[in-house]
Design a protein around this ligand. Structure first.
Ligand code: OXD
Ligand code: MN
Length: 609
């Protein structure tokens, strides 16, 4: 940690120094601190937040702390997230577009003096192993010590990043403020600082490769390396430079013979990505290890294959529903050195949330800071933990990390999976016939609305192409085209095979047909064998390649009839699906929808005749 009151700066990078000086002049903090990424600095951030009353140490979890956010600042704010490209067309129909000149003028007004009474932290960070040819460097300026501590866990921070940056290296400027200046002698007094919703802006300037965030201290709004840099800005860079920045987990799977393959998988938020990334196989002799749980950057290696890195260094996981049964590896990762946000606090200094696997031990303090008891309540008072409560945990504390998860060259990807929550139509697993068919699968990903939500009708599918809807930094039609183009850059045999999976099929009576979690290893094993060219395990159908009846041994509780239903080709359902895509989904992309995808749709329709 380097407090600058005239002492030497830790860098001679003139562009960086000039930018920091400009930001400090605009935001007028009391002090400027350059972060060095040391354990001492991390401890200091927790000390400062404890003194401000916003952090509570957890007696039961060494090095761990609880934060409670403001009830208005509990999640990513998609309606305040902007792609400020020069033209509306460049942002496309699925992003909030705003004129960059107008937005800068609005935000500069907000930033003026916004760090008064606070310290401005300069966080040099690397997304990806420091110095990896696939990694990118960002510098986040923030007035939140909570953000500094979280960035220590989620990214690689500090002096070694400045060394790689040298005197003229490329970096992505990421400007963040909680938007709550302090008056003389004022402190946060235990309250999470943030600005009202109408002043929150999560802004991306794709042509300048710059991020400006104001007014929120929570998750992806504030930890700018994650969704803002590693997905929205990186997706633009990836398009221009011929690689892929994706909302995908990466896992390593090893068969009983000791052969390994790597799988990248995209699912919309809240479909169990972290659980799949850390899966404990029920299938004897198979092993699954974790490379990443949320983001994959994939580039072609010299051998023409796609190699992936996880640009992050930790997990920002949803706590509710995480239990020793659903994800024992995540539970082991959060026993120490973890930041919890908006979970409930027990009287003996531990955390609790709905779905943790046991009843609340006595009276709790809920995520709003009020007393909460599980039973005997006369008035229902909502969940003890906010449904989007999070843990920020170090990947290095996760027992399932693959030994090579930080390989700077990345891992060679054999299979790409797409999935969503689909009670009907989409089988447990099917394989694309070609790369373009796989891109088609990615483009139609979605989850069915099972309880009337917002203004959407039950039974309709909310599409989330490639699980990138909130994260693609440019026109989604051009993004599809980029994926088609990736398939033309190498030999077909070197491309990953593409699969669509669905853990969420239900019977006509509404019962889940597939248990999920560790049993998903049975599906992964079939995928492994398909990639390995094991014969006799699959058949071609109109919708793609599906497992032959006995290729996947049903787990306990899944009957042979259930298995048949899980793998059946529902011709009527697919015809309805295609009609929906044709009428409601693809028209969104107008003339930017690649002809290849229209052709895939037409060919599938033809095969289903
Ligand atoms: C996340 C998300 O937080 O996808 O990872 O929303
Ligand atoms: Mn995510």
């Amino acid at each position: 940690m380097n407090t600058h009151t005239g002492s030497a700066l830790p860098t001679r990078h003139q562009r960086l120094i000039t930018w920091i000086n400009e930001v400090a002049a605009m935001t007028t903090p009391d002090a400027v601190v350059w972060c060095d990424g040391t354990a001492r600095e991390y401890a200091a951030m927790l000390q400062i937040t404890q003194e401000a009353g916003t952090a509570t140490p957890l007696a039961k979890r060494p090095g761990s702390f609880l934060f409670r956010s403001d009830p208005s600042d509990v999640a990513r704010v998609e309606n305040r997230t902007y792609i400020a490209a020069r033209s509306r067309e460049a942002a496309g129909p699925t992003n909030n577009w705003i004129d960059p000149v107008e937005l800068k003028s609005t935000m500069k007004q907000l930033y003026r003096g916004c760090m008064r009474g606070r310290t401005m932290y300069v966080i040099p960070f690397s997304m990806g192993p420091v110095g990896s040819p696939i990694a990118k460097i960002g510098v986040e300026v923030t007035d939140s010590p909570y953000v500094v501590a979280n960035m220590h866990i989620m990214t690689r921070v500090g002096s070694r990043v400045l060394e790689v940056l040298g005197e003229d290296g490329e970096f992505i400027p990421c400007l963040h403020s909680v938007g709550k200046p302090l008056g003389p002698g004022e402190s946060d007094g235990g309250l999470w600082p943030c600005a009202p919703l109408e002043q929150k802006y999560i802004a991306h300037f794709p042509e300048e490769r710059t991020i400006w965030s104001y007014g929120s201290g929570y998750g992806g709004n504030a930890l700018l390396g994650k969704k803002c840099l590693a997905l929205r800005i990186a997706s633009v860079q990836a398009r221009d430079e011929g690689w892929l920045a994706e909302h995908m987990l990466i896992l390593k799977i090893t068969n009983p013979a000791g052969k390994s393959k790597y799988v990248a998988a995209a699912f919309p938020s809240a479909c169990g990505k972290t659980n799949l990334a850390m899966l404990v196989p029920t299938l004897a002799g198979w092993k699954v290890e974790t490379v990443g749980d949320d983001i994959a950057w994939m580039k072609f290696g010299a051998d023409g294959r796609l190699y992936a890195i996880n640009p992050e260094a930790g997990f920002f996981g949803v706590a509710p529903g995480t239990s020793p049964e659903s994800n024992p590896n995540a539970m082991a990762s959060i026993t120490r050195d973890t930041i919890f946000t908006n979970v409930a606090l027990t009287s003996d200094g531990d955390v609790w949330w709905e779905g943790i696997g046991y009843d609340a031990p006595g009276t709790l303090i809920d995520w709003k800071g009020a007393e909460w008891v599980q039973e005997g309540e006369s008035e229902p008072r909502g969940p003890a933990a906010h449904p989007n409560a999070r843990f920020t945990a170090r990947a290095s504390n996760c027992p399932s990390m693959a030994s090579n998860w930080e390989d700077p060259a990345g891992v060679p990807i054999d299979a790409i999976l797409f999935g969503g929550r689909r009670p009907s139509t989409v089988p447990l697993v099917h394989q694309a016939r070609s790369w373009n068919h796989g891109v088609f699968m990615g483009s139609i990903v979605g989850s069915e609305i099972t309880a009337a939500a917002l203004d959407l009708k039950t039974g309709t599918v909310r599409r989330d192409p490639f699980a990138m809807l909130p994260f693609c930094g440019y026109h989604m039609g051009d993004y599809f085209r980029h994926w088609i183009g990736i398939g033309q850059r190498t030999e077909a045999s070197k491309l990953p095979m593409v699969f669509l999976v669905n853990w969420f099929r239900r019977s006509a009576k509404g019962k889940f047909l597939w248990p999920g979690y560790g049993e998903n290893s049975r599906v992964l094993a079939w995928i492994f064998d398909q990639c390995d060219g094991v014969p006799g395990k699959s058949i071609e159908t109109p919708i793609g390649i599906v497992p032959v009846p006995d290729a996947i041994t049903p787990p306990d509780g899944v009957s042979a009839d259930d298995m048949r239903e899980l793998l059946a080709v529902d011709v009527a359902g697919w015809r309805k699906e295609l009609a929906d895509i044709e009428a409601h989904h693809y028209p969104t992309f107008e003339d930017r929808l690649p002809a290849e995808l229209a052709a895939e749709l037409a060919a599938l329709k033809q095969r289903l005749q």
